[in-house]
Design a protein around this ligand. Sequence first.
Ligand SMILES: Cc1cc2nc3c(=O)[nH]c(=O)nc-3n(C[C@H](O)[C@H](O)[C@H](O)COP(=O)(O)O)c2cc1C
Length: 225
Amino acid sequence: MHVLWCVTGAGHLLQESADFMRKNMRGNKIAVAFSGAGCEVAEMYGLLDQIERDFKDVFMEDEQGSSSPLVGRLAKKEYDLVIVSPCTANTVAKIVTGVADSLVSNIAAQAVKSGTPLHVVPTDYKKTQETMLPLVIDPMLCRNCETCPPLMNCPKKAIYRDDRVRANMLKCNACKKCVEECTYSAISFGKKVRIHIRDIDIENTKRLGTMEGIQVYRKPDEIKI
Ligand SMILES: Cc1cc2nc3c(=O)[nH]c(=O)nc-3n(C[C@H](O)[C@H](O)[C@H](O)COP(=O)(O)O)c2cc1C
């Protein structure tokens, strides 16, 4: 099966999506399309390099202009299936309101128009959710040391100081060197937190499940390829 797999800017279910893609790469041809935020967030969780290594066809939103010419391939029936996993609340909102102004919302619109099945795994479907954070500097544990080893040794120069030591997440690639180097264990990666989901996002996810040509799943491994 030729699958177009879209990754949006969600940390929730990202690792599960990457694992499932990998598990299904044998016997299927998988092309991956990243939204702009999808590319950034995958890098923050240290998954971008791995996905780019494993999959030959990778499309980035910033290379797709304003009109997303990639969607022409759907009109030509080049893909048997489109999967959006994980799908942010933002992209779900666009799909349910018929907006097609980003790479993934365009792909979703064109999938339905071309009769290509569209499977979506939204991140937001229940009131509270446990999710995993990328790199976090805990201000309660950070001593703002004059000589800060994580700041001095970060290979990406992602750690900096203003009023305190902070991380520029757009530079971080989750190498986790800083986690090891902080004397006071103030830096963590993969911390679990419970987050509150807005009613509007839960409503949008419900509405998505009633739309023509779209199947909604709770987890990527519920999808049958
Ligand atoms: C580390 C990180 C994790 C995020 N995780 C989620 C998430 O799980 N679900 C979600 O809806 N948005 C999440 N976001 C916010 C989206 O990236 C943001 O709304 C973005 O504009 C979505 O764009 P896209 O839908 O085009 O990918 C996260 C942002 C960051 C920086």
